[in-house]
Each structure stands twice: as C-alpha cells, then as structure tokens.
Design a protein around this ligand. Sequence first.
Ligand code: SAH
Length: 302
Amino acid sequence: MKAWAPDQVRGDEEGTLNFTFTGVKKACFAIRAGADHLRCMEKTLPPAGKLWLVGAGPGDPDLLTLRAARLLESADLVVHDGLVGEGVLALIPPHVERISVAKQRSRHTMKQELINELLVRETLAGKQVVRLKGGDPFIFGRGGEELDAAREAGVACEVVPGITAAAGCAAQAGLPLTHREDASAVSFVAGQCKDLTEQDWSGLAGHGRTLVIYMGLATASAIADKLIADGVSPGLPVAVIERGTTADARVLRSLLTDLGDLVAREKVKSPALIIVGKVAARADALDCLGAPGVAAQIRDFT
Ligand code: SAH
C-alpha cells in the first residue's frame, strides 16, 4: 500500500486535496490504465485466430515434436495431408474438427489455392488452425506457399518443424546421411516437382556426396540413367526406403545401375525415398539384386 502513497499532498483554498505522483508510480498508473483499456477492447474484439504449420514427422507418432502433440490437443481445426499416418491422426481429440486435403501425385483432391483460402478463412474466423503436414512443412511440403498466403492475408502464423523423411527414414535404416569417410554434403531433390521438369542433376551425386530423392519412384529409372550419363559410377550404392519409420517399413539396397529395375521388381510403393551415395552401403537393408556377389560390390564400392 505504501508504494502507492502520493509523493505530495497539498490542500488549496477551497479545501480540496491535490495528490502528486512522480517517477515509477506515475508510470505504473499509466500501465494499469492501459491494461484496463485493453481488457475493455478484448470484450468487444472477435477472438484472434492463429494458423500453425505443423510437421507431423515421417510416420511414427513417437517422432512428433512435443509442441506438435500439444497443438493437436488444443486446436479447433486440423487440416491434414494424406501423408500423415493413422497413428498421428489418432492423437487428435474427437471434439477437434478435422479436414483431409489429401493429394496424390496425379490427382489433387483440393487445389493448393483452395487450401490456402480455407486456412486463411478459418483462421480469420477466430480458430486455432493446425495445418498438419507429413515430415517437415518446409521440405517439399508447400509450407512456404501457405505461409505466403497467411502473410498476405495478415493472419498470424507460426511454423513448427518436423522430422523430414530423409532424416527419419535414414535414421531408422541405420544409414548416416553424412559420414566422415563417405560424404560431407547432402542434397534433397524432388524427383517430381511443379515447374522443375528440367532439374539439373549434375554434381548432385558422386564422390563425397549423398543424394536423397523425394517423390522419385516414377522417375527412378530416368534419374539413374541421367546420373550415369553425367559420369556417376553405375556401381554407386543406392538404398530405397518404403514407408520409413512405420511398422511395415522396407529398406532395399542395390547399385545405381539397378535402381529402376529394383523399384519395379520389388513393386515399391509411395511413400518411398531413394538415397544415392556411398553411405547407402551402411544401411541395415535387404540386398535386392538377384545376382550373386552384388552385396559384396555394394560394400566394397570405393
Ligand atoms: N514434407 C515431407 C515430404 C513431402 S513430399 C517431409 O519433410 O518428409 C512426399 C515424399 O516424401 C514422398 O513421396 C516420399 O518420397 C517422402 N516420404 C515421406 N514420408 C515418407 C516415409 N515414411 N517413408 C519414405 N518416404 C517418405
């Protein structure tokens, strides 16, 4: 109480008392008045929505970040991709509204522009909107486009990173993407990408490098041919990881020259990742070349 006592009390001729406050006390009164004003405004303004671009990791729900798990609990609406696995979706409480905007390579159930509009509209309506995406939102996840849309609309938006497929799948396969003996550079490349038909593959694979190809199943054979034509050794080890980090994950290992055949022969299905480089030899994997001696060739590649 003493702290709020006036610094000076003076009476005037009419018997009125005048209180004078100085310094910190004066500032405290101003802050209090400001806070009261804000409280009044809160009552009249609509609730502020927020958009969260959240990475769900590569499949295993245990690989979600703590922040992602907390946001799924507190969201009003979760808008998710087809890549987000059942285990992660099961963590969304039943009262939280859910919309699937699952896409497939050749078929978009919802165009990106419409997804952007949906996210902006629902957030402006005051909801806590979680846009849940496989892996990391900013690695081949169109998170950048959604962030642009939020910025343009003046919508508050925060990005929550996730474990991208390359990191998650390689870890599960015991395949280090870098290794002091094998690779000191890693490239993430889309095998299939909007406006990227003319991807320049030269220099992406070879000595001292690891190349990780996302969405590359349909183009695996053509990519291998292109790399070999650019001078990459046909005997370079490759690994293909299907449904990485999930209970039914499959890790296959072969040579670059066999990549296209391997994908066809083993009927590899999406989602799958292709890893090209000497580090692929280190994977805990099935060696899928029928020919005898190939496993040794993978290991002995120099
Ligand atoms: N944002 C995601 C990538 C989306 S692109 C991320 O950061 O991981 C989709 C591609 O990711 C798939 O075609 C596949 O190449 C790869 N992918 C995603 N999850 C995968 C998984 N569990 N196993 C193997 N590849 C996966």
